[in-house]
Design a protein around this ligand. Sequence first.
Ligand code: SAM
Length: 339
Amino acid sequence: MPGNILTDSKGRPVRYIRVSVTDRCNLRCRYCAPSAEFVSLLHSQVLSYEEIERVAAILAPFGVTSVRLTGGEPLVRKHIDRLIGSLARTSGIEDLSLTTNGILLAEHARALKEAGLLRVNVSLDSLKPDRFRWITNSPDKRRKENLGSVLEGLEEAQRVGLAPVKVNVVLMRGLNDDEVGDFVDLTREGNLEVRFIEFMPMGPNGFWNRDRVVPADEVIGRIMKSHPGLEHVGKSKGSGPAVLHRIPGHRGSIGFITPVSSHFCAHCNRVRLTADGKLRTCLFSDTETDLLPLIRGGASDEQILGTIRQALLQKPDGHRISARGALAACARTMSHIGG
Ligand code: SAM
């Protein structure tokens, strides 16, 4: 079996698939959502749970041990716990996680955990209610207390034992980078991993601007001014690219993800599957392989696996986002691809 492990053109093993279960979202974060004319996929264009389970079951015997569900917002898809349950029972899948904006997490956390979800990442870019509301640009203007819902979701996720709970913060200069200290404070009592993520050039919604990127080194320097004891403690557990730090006496940890200032392509072990069944071997490459016609056209598991192996041979060595000046690096926004 090891000889059959999925690898790409550079011999990098593929261990991790991120599956977007929907392109719909209950928020419209200004840097993440597509422009106003975006039309959601029809339900018939979206992979069914059975189709997602089949792809996972095809990949698992060949070394893919981690599945992350994302979107859009995965918790707006009905009965997501059913998908989690069957993925958790798939032989070979050892690490099952989910990325969410947290709005619906408090009400779903227990069912997700009971279905077999191991851990959760919650995206949260501001702890200030007005700013949170502006960034997330919720289409539901009646829901004013969204930030409160996310914070409750974080609490509940910890309470039911989804562990670790990670908080993903995309820092954007002039927008939320004055909140680094407040996010660091969350790690004092909370058993959380707060991760600062560099803003990436996804397109095309007009929000990308290179000047907004706050490099991790700068953030570390700022934290050290108030916490000189900040110590580097190595890589994040699992297959992720975060580099972890800790402040002595704090319960949680602080991670830095540096796709722009120091990319980690040499160790990339992941592929992505969009909600409409397109395989992307690199976040920043617009080359996609459409698996849907195969899945729905009677192709055998071997044929689907063969197509995935072929796609992996075209996986780029690395992205060139640092060389692209002010341009966005790909044609789809993150909410479209599944971040
Ligand atoms: N709705 C879920 C959520 O909010 O976590 C999952 C989908 S969302 C596309 C996944 C992640 O992508 C979020 O953490 C979001 O902050 C991140 N993201 C979107 N656009 C980004 C960008 N240009 N640079 C960095 N991260 C981005």
